[in-house]
Ligand binder design. Structure first.
Ligand SMILES: [Zn+2]
Length: 406
């Protein structure tokens, strides 16, 4: 890729080109929680979160480059883009978190605790500040807001997107041009993007590659530019290198499939002494029974075959590894068709399925009766698994699962 000084993809060995002191406040290059702001409202809004995990500075660096470029070149721009820093104290320390993972605890109870009980973990203060900032940024018509959350992984591998599987999120993701991983939110409770998705905006998680790889900053920058173009903020011709950015994202992916679904999560706790076998890349194929790591009880094996996903190669974190399976694109088309036909509203009439009292979006499934129904069928109809107990599944219909223009 050609790199010229004025290109939004330009990077310099000194890091981001902007200096916070160069501009007065209000112009968008403030330091601190707001990483930058460009454009005016009303209009479409893009909110970009970076560094929710402090050992993942790539998103923050990419956003600084983008705001610097926007302020230097002032292209025609519709609506507004804002960049928000996540775990500021942990970013300074270069750690995933200081006392607790800031990308957990976004349940209503967790948010209330962070806002009302001083003296908790350091991350409570960060969360309370983020809640206040997000409330303000999410004011108004939320259906015109898109939120992207920029992350990186401890293992090496190509960039990809994670999303709650709604038709609107899919439509946006398709225009970024990176492959999708569905269903991670079923495995992880209380992630920030989940609460934002439920509030109405279109949401996407972007995983750009390995934490410390400078290419991860480039991938984040490319993906955010694609989001700005997809959201109608900037015209493609006003973004130098738009085509080469798109090609670079496609080349990073090579010939892997375009859609994956998360099938398994290995939870780990500090006392488990879990260590991943070194050398796995994201999306590398594994077979059932393969020894993928060790803990204090001995070898840890893969319960099913598929591809390894987010193997843990850092000392903090409670996800040992995930297993994903390839999803055929026809499945996405079928599920979009079924959802637009509102087939899901018929599910409650099937044997073994009961709507929850006063919760029309929740189905309780008796697994002994509805044995022939798999989780996949409910995914197809737009439900997510929210709880499993011995004989029962609880599925919740994804909110805001409808088609919109972009
Ligand atoms: Zn992260």
């Amino acid at each position: 890729m050609s790199r010229v000084a004025s290109s939004p993809m330009a990077s310099s060995p000194e890091g981001p080109r902007h200096s916070g002191s160069r501009r007065s406040s209000g112009t968008g290059l403030e330091s601190g929680r707001i990483l930058g702001r460009y454009g005016t409202l009303p209009g479409p809004r893009l909110i970009c979160l970076g560094g929710l995990h402090g050992n993942e500075p790539a998103g923050v660096l990419a956003l600084r480059r983008i705001f610097s470029f926007l302020h230097d070149t002032r292209p025609p721009f519709k609506g507004q883009v804002v960049g928000i820093a996540g775990n500021i104290a942990a970013l300074r320390a270069g750690r995933r978190f200081l006392e607790r993972d800031l990308n957990r605890g976004w349940s209503p109870r967790g948010m209330q605790r962070a806002e009302t009980f001083p003296g908790g973990p350091a991350e409570d203060g960060e969360q309370a500040e983020l809640i206040a900032v997000l409330r303000k940024e999410l004011e108004g018509d939320r259906s015109s807001i898109k939120v992207i959350d920029l992350h990186t992984t401890s293992a090496e591998g190509p960039p990809f997107l994670t999303l709650a599987d709604t038709i609107r999120n899919r439509a946006f993701a398709r225009r970024i041009g990176l492959p999708l991983v569905l269903g991670i939110e079923e495995q992880i409770d209380g992630a920030l993007l989940e609460v934002i998705t439920a509030a109405g905006p279109v949401t996407l998680g972007i995983e750009a590659g390995q934490h410390d790889d400078p290419v991860s900053v480039d991938h984040h920058e490319r993906a955010v530019w694609m989001a700005l173009i997809a959201g109608g903020h900037v015209a493609e011709e006003d973004v130098p290198d738009a085509n080469s950015m798109r090609t670079a994202l496609r080349n990073a992916w090579r010939d892997l499939p375009k859609v994956f679904a998360v099938r398994y999560r290995k939870p780990v706790a500090g006392e488990d002494g879990f260590s991943m076998r070194p050398g796995y890349l994201n999306f590398q194929r594994i077979s059932a029974g393969e020894v993928v790591g060790h803990d204090r009880n001995g070898p840890v094996t893969a319960p099913e075959g598929g591809r390894i996903f987010l193997p843990l190669y850092q000392d903090q974190g409670d996800d040992g590894f995930f297993i994903v399976q390839d999803v055929h694109p026809a499945w996405l088309r079928l599920s979009a068709a079924l959802r637009s036909l509102r087939v899901s509203s018929l599910a409650r009439w099937l044997p073994g399925i009961h709507p929850a009292r006063r919760r029309p979006d929740v189905l309780i499934v008796d697994r002994r009766v509805a044995r022939w129904l798999t989780v996949d069928v409910f995914h197809l109809l737009g439900y997510r698994k929210s709880r499993v107990s011995r004989g029962w599944y609880v599925f919740r219909r994804r909110s805001h699962d409808r088609k919109v223009g972009s």
